[in-house]
Ligand binder design. Structure first.
Ligand code: ZN
Length: 251
């Protein structure tokens, strides 16, 4: 059974991006597990693989495909029952990702991990998978998990403080004014008299600040520069995320 997934900017599934690999690997695992539950068969009797769609939409990151297949030789044909149950399958997969009994930070044996997918555990992130599947089900741009955004912002802020030279200062959750509005900057950086707001985007919405007020600030013509970093890069490669931000601060 082949499932085609189409997204719209700012959501993107750029074929070579780490966040895309994480999202599609995670959704593949969630769909395979959900399918086994719905069809009441043993876990592992169905597996799933993904690929960018072989279309212009695929290369530009707007389309991808997940293929769910039978693992038993001479296959019992379970996967052929899935196309007509797509909605139920997506809903069950989303539920698996959103309601881990451990409420884990990315993935664990209670939600998506198994012995069979042990080489992919670092790619399984239920919050990233949920970001994609929620969009596919509801058609609205989902908000990325707030707890993850705030813990990753804190990681980045602490690392910036450690790595930056002393002409730069960083303040978490600082109040910033623009256009008569008062908003909270996840991180406010000061370099002499110049102010920067550093904010995270969701993993699949690169360069698109998760907080709509930060997007307003960026478009307002305010002298404050907005710097956006990807949440998943902060978690997966903090030194690279910190270097990116510092290079834009001129520090
Ligand atoms: Zn879990």
């Amino acid at each position: 059974a082949l499932f085609s997934m189409r997204v719209e900017a700012p959501l993107k599934l750029q074929p070579a991006h780490f966040s895309t690999q994480v999202a599609l690997r995670t959704v593949s695992e969630a769909l395979a597990k959900a399918a086994c539950q719905i069809l009441e068969i043993e876990p592992g009797e169905l597996m799933a693989e993904y690929r960018p769609a072989l279309t212009p939409g695929g290369t530009s990151g707007l389309e991808a495909e997940i293929f769910v297949y039978d693992t038993l030789p001479g296959g019992a044909g379970f996967s052929s029952q899935l196309p007509t149950r797509g909605l139920e399958l997506y809903q069950q997969a989303l539920k698996l990702m959103k309601t881990c009994p451990e409420d884990c930070d990315a993935s664990c044996y209670r939600c998506l991990r198994s012995f069979k997918n042990k080489f992919e555990h670092t790619l399984l992130d239920r919050h990233v998978g949920a970001e994609l599947l929620e969009y596919l089900l509801n058609g609205v741009q989902p908000e990325f998990n707030a707890r993850r955004l705030s813990s990753s912002t804190e990681l980045l802020c602490n690392d910036l403080k450690r790595q930056a030279d002393s002409v730069l200062s960083f303040e978490p959750n600082a109040t910033v004014q623009f256009d008569g509005k008062s908003i909270t900057a996840p991180i406010l950086a000061r370099h002499g008299g110049t102010h920067y707001v550093i904010a995270l985007s969701g993993p699949l919405t690169n360069d698109h600040p998760a907080d709509p007020l930060i997007r307003e600030l960026r478009e307002s013509g305010s002298p404050i520069t907005v710097i956006v970093e990807n949440e998943l890069l902060v978690r997966a490669n903090l030194p690279a995320a910190t270097r990116n931000v510092l290079s834009r601060l001129g520090g």
